[in-house]
Design a protein around this ligand. Structure first.
Ligand SMILES: [Zn+2]
Length: 122
């Protein structure tokens, strides 16, 4: 009989339960009595029917700690967020380089150095 690990999303309480695969997942946390238990994906010796989400492209995570579905979503969201952030940073960097490199046509900023560019020391 496989051991299932649960973590309460409300209070963080963790517990292990021996259950048949056909038994439905526990929901109620014994610590805080809220129905906030999440079954952790333990990657043990048994096969979860829908638990193969890390097989495609996530193979390196097999040996790591079991995580809940929420953790996974959280991580995906974070990844997307960071991606957006990077894109935004790249955009702004691009914009600033563009504005500096397109100098010469802009008449709003007058050049302070008039003719003294190459004759600093001689
Ligand atoms: Zn709890």
């Amino acid at each position: 009989m496989p051991t299932y690990e649960y973590q309460c999303q409300a209070c963080g309480h963790q517990l292990e339960a021996f259950q048949r695969i056909t038994e439905s997942a526990l929901k109620d946390c014994p610590a805080c009595n809220k129905p906030s238990l999440e079954r952790l994906i333990s990657g043990g010796a048994f096969h979860l029917k829908g638990g193969g989400w890390y097989k495609d492209g996530y193979g390196s995570q097999t040996g790591k700690k079991p995580r809940t579905e929420n953790d996974r979503i959280d991580k995906l969201t974070k990844t997307i967020d960071e991606d957006k952030k990077k894109t935004a940073e790249a955009e702004s960097a691009k914009a600033s380089t563009e504005s500096t490199s397109s100098e010469g046509t802009g008449s709003s900023t007058p050049a302070p150095s008039s003719g003294g560019t190459s004759s600093t020391s001689s």
